[in-house]
Design a protein. Structure first.
Lengths: 322, 235
């Protein structure tokens, strides 16, 4: 087959497929079934020509054009995206709970590690208050000596709206970093759990020493249950990510790691809006001593229960994550 | 014919191999620098707007600062995710350098994959991303490996010079040599372009003199003569 005759015979098809690919790239959402079918048919012929050009005329203008067209066509036709259009409703009804349910074994491990750090640190602070006081810093310690919690400053040092946003964005960053730290063989979530567990345990130990553990409990009751649970979920997602990287299975590690990353990031991203809600609660409800402790506990447990129902409800077990 | 496949070769429908034009550390770094600059400008403007609006004091101002902080968080974590989803694998920086994120099979990556690669941009890629890209034959950072994505060049001329007439018996290598020369003749150093052109011209003159019949040659650059000899057209 002579090169010039082959090019002359086939270039009309190449021009047509080229035009179809460009049109598809310009308006993906407007593609009809017929458009896609014709494009796929033309693309298949083009791939055949690309294979011929690669074998018989490597480096020629025809081979380069066909390769370029084939790459552009692959981008249009070989999408990894879920064919169903993304909606927030569908995400929270199916995708998010399906991902959360996969985290359950890792959630148990994260909870155990957190409790270990909490109890160890709490016991250490109770038996040796000086040790726990180092956790607090001078300002917080001074507040405790004056018989009040440092958390009152949440109402005085910054406008409440800014404080709420500051708390929420900080917590969201911690959650994202705890997940991403899973890439270092799970060290990131381990660090997050140990630090948070030790800090909370230490704080309760020291405040108990000053007779203010009840006040601290009153402060954390409204936001603490869900905030802790979200930390545990983020860490569990980090463990799930690490598992995909570290644990050997009968599938290639690249496949497992990718799968675990896609599932676990869904959990973290889906949990982020809850941190915004918690920032508002922590700023506007938690420091209010006028709000009865029982009401705070009710609010905190209701928030936690709502999240758990949203995250683990069974109806979504078939949700697909791609 | 058996051909060695490089790591960037993908298998498409019917097992046809395609070589993806992967972007390296330099072009990706430059695209990132452009995006970072744009991000810094947008963040600064965002802060200036918040500061201008919150001239007074009071509860409403506190909420505006809150919105400002959340805005900065969204810019910091969401800029790349937003653009890569909306621009289908591109960002303004990537667009400037004609780069695009594709799946490991050259297709459109899923939104989840784009979120994974961009959250991991902050950690661990902020620290080891460049090293990982430099040592990986496919220039992938950790985010790309876990998301199953690649960054490719989309640039280059859409068409190139193709020979419309060739001597009997010419195959791929001969065609490729002449087409490659004609494509680059204008951008090569003049002396090099002249020398290469004359070598191809003498080859044709010696082996295929009939091809030169009726072609005006006197005083013309060899590239122009060869253009007429091979009846070159854009493909």
């Amino acid at each position: 087959m002579e090169y010039t005759r082959w090019v002359a015979d086939r270039r009309t098809l190449w021009d047509e497929v080229d035009a179809r690919i460009e049109a598809a790239r310009a308006r993906y959402s407007g593609l009809t079934f017929d458009d896609l079918e014709e494009l796929a048919l033309g693309y298949r012929q083009l791939l055949h020509d690309a294979a011929v050009a690669r074998a018989r005329y490597p480096g020629s203008a025809a081979a380069r054009r066909l390769e370029r067209l084939a790459i552009r066509g692959a981008y249009v036709l070989q999408g990894d995206a879920n064919p169903e259009r993304f909606t927030v409703r569908r995400f929270y009804r199916t995708t998010f709970p399906a991902a959360c349910r996969k985290m359950l074994p890792h959630l148990r491990a994260a909870t155990a590690l957190f409790l270990l750090a909490f109890l160890f640190s709490g016991a250490a602070a109770l038996s040796s208050p000086e040790l726990g006081m180092r956790l607090l810093g001078a300002k917080r310690l001074q507040a405790l000596r004056e018989g009040r919690l440092w958390t009152e400053s949440l109402l005085t040092t910054a406008p409440p709206g800014a404080a709420a946003a500051g708390i929420a964005t900080n917590n969201m960053t911690v959650a994202l970093m705890a997940w991403a730290g899973g890439t270092v063989a799970g060290l990131g979530p381990i660090y997050a759990l140990l630090v948070n567990g030790a800090l909370l345990g230490g704080l309760f130990g020291v405040t108990y020493h000053f007779g203010m553990a009840g006040a601290l409990l009153g402060f954390v009751l409204s936001h603490g249950p869900l905030e802790l649970f979200l930390v545990l979920m983020s860490a569990a997602a980090g463990f799930y990510l690490a598992e995909g990287l570290v644990i050997a299975t009968d599938r290639p590690r690249s496949v497992t790691a990718r799968r675990h990353a896609l599932v676990s990031v869904t959990v973290v991203v889906g949990s982020l809006p809850w941190f915004l809600l918690l920032g508002i609660v922590e700023t506007f409800v938690s420091p209010q001593t006028a709000v009865p402790t029982l009401l705070k506990a009710g609010l905190g447990l209701s928030l936690l229960a709502t999240y758990i129902v949203a995250a683990f409800t069974r109806r979504a077990a078939r949700g697909e994550i791609r | 014919m058996y051909m060695m496949e490089s790591p960037e070769t993908i298998r498409t429908l019917d097992n046809v191999p395609l070589e993806l034009p992967l972007a390296g550390v330099a072009s990706r770094g430059l695209a990132f620098a452009i995006d970072s600059l744009l991000l810094a400008v947008v963040s600064t403007v965002w802060f200036l707007v918040i500061m201008a609006v919150t001239g007074g004091t009071g509860l409403a101002v506190g909420w505006l600062w809150g919105i400002g902080l959340v805005g900065v968080f969204l810019l910091q974590w969401g800029y790349f995710v937003f653009f890569e989803i909306k621009m289908r694998g591109g960002t303004p920086g990537k667009g400037a350098l004609k780069l695009r994120v594709v799946s490991s099979q050259g297709g459109t990556p899923s939104p989840s994959a784009l979120v994974v690669r961009n959250v991991l941009r902050m950690f661990p890629d902020m620290f080891v991303g460049v090293i990982l890209m430099a040592v990986d034959p496919m220039s992938r950072r950790a985010g790309d490996r876990l998301a199953g994505t690649l960054v490719i060049h989309e640039g280059g001329e859409r068409t190139g010079p193709a020979l419309g007439k060739i001597p009997q018996g010419w195959g791929g290598p001969e065609v490729a040599v002449v087409e490659a020369y004609l494509e680059r003749a204008a951008i090569l150093e003049p002396a090099v372009s002249m020398e290469l052109g004359q070598r191809i011209y003498h080859w044709i003159e010696r082996d295929y003199p009939e091809m030169l019949e009726g072609i005006e040659r006197s005083g013309r650059h060899p590239a122009a003569v060869l253009h007429d000899v091979f009846q070159v057209e854009r493909l």
